[in-house]
Write a protein that binds this ligand. Structure first.
Ligand SMILES: [Zn+2]
Length: 554
């Protein structure tokens, strides 16, 4: 038998080569890219730390020490000296309204992570300066005035008029309220006498420019829609910003049919530097007739027909509109007739063996959903379908026990990163357990972080990780009683999320065989003071072995 292996190779293999080197030698090729002299936070099962990573094509082929990996480099290998910097796996957001965000990104004055009202206004001013007369200047969520540590006052019509006398300005704070100037009131048709009750007026009857929660979506929908060409530029710019933030993969809530072809085209051209795992479904309406019409469409749905860049993976995030918890409601009361329709729909989803990722927030809603899922599970087992409850800021121990028994997972989308102030006014003391992070972590359930951005929340992952570790919302106000360790938080934004998007064999940790999605950081996530986690900057983002963002590139 030994005759098949030349003796010299055998001796060499046994005596000199390490396992990592052997893997490469077996492929008889030098790596395309070698990163060395770093602190590689692999986020593997043992949370091990390495120094170097070898990449061939779009995959990691070896991870180890400098002395093991540097000799593998050939004349054509591109070498990157990490100069001691920390490297983590590409960050995964398990729930973002990605495609929709790209359609407006370029025009939005984004205030993700901005903790000062003065700085926010400076950003607004500079945008107004470059805007052509009459053009809309706006943002659509991702912030609230409570995140401003210097001044939490709402924006006034007069203040915005002074900054932008010639442009309509619309500033949407989360889904809570919107602030507009006179030009916007005019453009929205709200300057006349008749006006909806969500338009706040002062004692003299003059509109203050403040629009309450009930009107937020309606006025946002009136912002002019950009051309397809402009939407492409905007989306490409957003993708670059996401890579700069350290993000490389998304559970994408929505995956709108009019926007998805753009992403397909970018992927086919090798230009897509985020991976898009779609959470999408079919409209189920409200009446039982509409629900019955939707059922055959559900039966026809197919998942996992895509590739490593774009795929459909979940039915979601809405199952049945009337049981979709609003953001600032204290208590829900799902009716039996509504739950019966909800059950009809999820029965069809279970029958078709589809994964489900469903919006669920309030305690009674989660209880009621679990009642229905337990009943359906008896007839059509959901184990291995990775059914996920998403948002779940009110998750309780009893829910976690039931979810674990059913083989379910939790996508934690922490709205309090920006909504902490509003939450404590509405929900009182219980706001400080939204989400109950330690309870979720200690339950042993598989769970991960999503932002639910770009409207319901900010999208920066290091802001989310900082919130999880320190319990502080943007601006620094303490909003959480339960925090978790920075290791557990990172696992929830990488390896656990890889599982939540069905990519545990491809993503989520820096290990041989996985796709080479990595982020090089300007400081060490594991050892810097916790308050600095939000300030971490990405030096380099690599997606599929290619440099997608390089802070040092000119
Ligand atoms: Zn949702």
């Amino acid at each position: 038998m030994n005759r098949l292996i030349p003796k010299t190779t055998l001796a060499c293999g046994l005596l000199v080569m390490t396992a990592a080197a052997w893997l490469l030698a077996a492929q008889q090729v030098a790596p395309d890219l070698l990163l060395s002299n770093g602190k590689v936070i692999t986020v593997d099962e043992r949370f091990s730390i390495a120094q170097a990573i070898a990449i061939k094509g779009d995959r990691i082929v070896a991870v180890g020490s400098n002395s093991e990996l540097i000799p593998l480099a050939g004349p054509k290998t591109r070498r990157i000296d990490l100069r001691g910097r920390a490297v983590i796996p590409g960050l995964i957001d398990n729930h973002m309204h990605l495609l929709r965000a790209g359609a407006t990104w370029k025009w939005e004055v984004r205030w993700d992570g901005v903790g000062s009202r003065r700085v926010a206004l400076d950003m607004l001013r500079s945008r107004v300066r470059t805007a052509s007369p009459g053009a809309w200047v706006y943002n659509l969520g991702g912030w609230t005035v409570d995140q401003f540590s210097d001044d939490k006052r709402p924006f006034t019509r007069d203040e915005l008029d002074e900054i932008a006398p010639n442009n309509p300005v619309l500033l949407q704070a989360s889904y809570y309220e919107t602030y507009v100037n006179s030009r916007a009131l005019e453009a929205l048709g709200l300057d006349g006498k008749s006006s909806p009750n969500w338009l706040v007026r002062d004692s003299s009857g003059r509109a203050t420019g403040r629009i309450q929660e009930a009107g937020v979506r309606e006025v946002a929908a009136k912002i002019p829609v950009a051309s397809a060409e402009e939407v492409e530029t905007s989306s490409v710019g957003m993708i670059k910003d996401l890579n700069r933030a350290g993000l490389t993969s998304f559970g994408s809530a929505g995956c709108e049919a009019d926007l998805l072809p753009l992403y397909r085209r970018l992927a086919d051209q090798g230009k897509l530097t985020v991976r898009v795992y779609c959470i999408a479904g079919v409209g189920t309406g409200t009446s039982s007739e509409q629900v019955n019409r939707a059922l055959p469409q559900i039966a026809q749905l197919k998942m996992f027909q895509g590739d490593n860049y774009i795929d459909n993976i979940f039915f979601g995030e809405s199952v049945y509109g009337p049981l979709h918890d609003p953001m600032f409601l204290e208590k829900s009361n799902p009716r039996p007739d509504q739950l019966a329709l909800w059950r009809q729909i999820i029965t069809e989803i279970a029958k078709a063996r589809l994964p489900l990722h469903v919006h669920a927030e309030l305690e009674d809603t989660i209880d009621a959903f679990l009642d229905q899922i337990e009943a359906v599970n008896k007839e059509y087992p959901i184990k291995n379908l990775r059914w996920v409850l998403a948002h779940v800021n009110r998750l309780q121990t009893r829910h976690l026990t039931r979810m674990k028994d059913l083989g379910m997972y939790a996508a934690v989308n922490p709205w309090s990163v920006i909504n902490g102030g509003i939450n404590s006014r509405i929900f009182g003391d219980s706001a400080y357990d939204m989400a109950p992070l330690a309870t979720i972590q200690n339950s042993g359930i598989t769970w991960g972080f999503g932002s639910d951005g770009s409207r319901a929340n900010q999208i920066l992952p290091f802001t989310t990780l900082w919130w999880a570790v320190t319990g502080k919302m943007v601006g620094g106000t303490k909003v959480l009683h339960q925090t978790i360790s920075r290791e557990d938080a990172l696992v929830a934004h990488t390896r656990k999320n890889a599982y939540l998007v069905f990519q545990e064999n491809n993503l989520g940790s820096i290990q041989p065989g996985k796709l080479a999605d990595l982020v090089v950081l300007d400081r060490d996530y594991l050892t810097i003071p916790a308050d600095q986690i939000k300030d971490i900057q990405t030096v380099m983002t690599i997606v599929g072995g290619k440099l997608a963002f390089d802070a040092e590139a000119k």
